[in-house]
Design a protein around this ligand. Structure first.
Ligand SMILES: [Zn+2]
Length: 291
């Protein structure tokens, strides 16, 4: 069964790089039936950003890639921007912890302004390193994470979280952390979730599942909101990692072939969840993706 022509097909978290495939990868996504991308910023080049100007330049690069993809492939691209949490660990080594925290705070304020101006739709990736660090560094990361949630709360957008794989206990712990920052849990997205869990185990947090075959099959029966993503890195040294950019579109087509119930399931990540978490509904009109 072909997918309905009005159904958006969305990768909720990917990266594209000027040194990688860039637009070519997006063409592959479009050819497989993909329509909308949530493009997360990343470090481009070898140097970890260590001042707010570096982050401004980085966000502008992400925006430039997004506009190139839109004009050359017809996909609609939304931006997710923030200073990457792991950068803090690296820049603290050269700047000192306090100065590194200040750089991240300023970059988060900048990200908030981009959301207000409609240039980005979410603050992310924000959160904590996925590996263990010294206690004082962890404390600084938590402080910056709290600022990130406050910025996202104040501009009214989702926060996309980078952290280790969560268990029911650590989902609850993260939910408590967000609640203390008065952040609305329905807008807190855990990106790169591998294990599909029942809603009761998510603590109110929205999972963005890595679109492996197993996770796609297991999540389809779960009520929303949840998303699928590839976390495509567009790193020439790691081609096709984490998943290839065409993956979500291929899986969606596979699920469409299972019949009407499969198509109904696709409306959860591609329509209802975006509406619920982001407050807008991506659309496709006569085969053309629209905002
Ligand atoms: Zn990412």
């Amino acid at each position: 069964m072909a997918l309905p022509p009005d159904l958006p097909v969305i990768d909720h978290h990917c990266h594209l790089s000027p040194d990688g495939e860039g637009v070519e990868a997006a063409r592959r996504f479009r050819a497989a039936g993909g329509t909308h991308l949530f493009l997360a910023t990343q470090q481009y080049g070898a140097k970890t950003p260590d001042c707010v100007e570096d982050y401004a330049a980085q966000f502008e690069t992400t925006e430039r890639i997004a506009r190139a993809v839109e004009s050359m492939t017809g996909a609609v691209v939304y931006l997710t921007i923030a200073p990457y949490p792991v950068d803090l660990v690296r820049s603290a080594e050269t700047l000192g912890l306090a100065a590194a925290v200040e750089v991240h705070r300023s970059a988060l304020e900048l990200a908030g302004r981009w959301v207000e101006e409609g240039r980005a739709v979410a603050v992310g990736e924000v959160g904590r390193p996925h590996f263990s660090v010294a206690p004082e560094v962890f404390e600084a990361c938590s402080e910056v994470f709290r600022t990130a949630l406050e910025v996202a709360r104040d501009v009214g957008c989702p926060a996309v979280v980078h952290c280790e794989e969560l268990t029911p206990d650590s989902y609850r712990e993260l939910a408590g952390f967000a609640a203390r920052a008065s952040f609305p849990l329905g807008r807190l997205v855990k990106h790169y979730a591998k294990v599909v869990r029942p809603v009761a185990d998510l603590g109110g947090i929205v999972p963005s599942y890595l679109a492996t075959r197993d996770a796609v099959a297991a999540s389809a029966s779960q009520p929303g909101p949840w998303f699928w993503e590839t976390d495509f890195l567009d790193d020439p040294k790691r081609p096709g990692a984490v998943l290839d950019l065409a993956t979500v579109a291929r899986r969606a087509r596979g699920m469409g072939e299972t019949g009407p119930s499969g198509i109904e399931a696709l409306r959860i990540p591609f329509e209802a969840s975006v509406q619920q978490v982001y407050g807008f509904r991506p659309t496709v009109r006569s085969g053309v993706p629209a905002r």
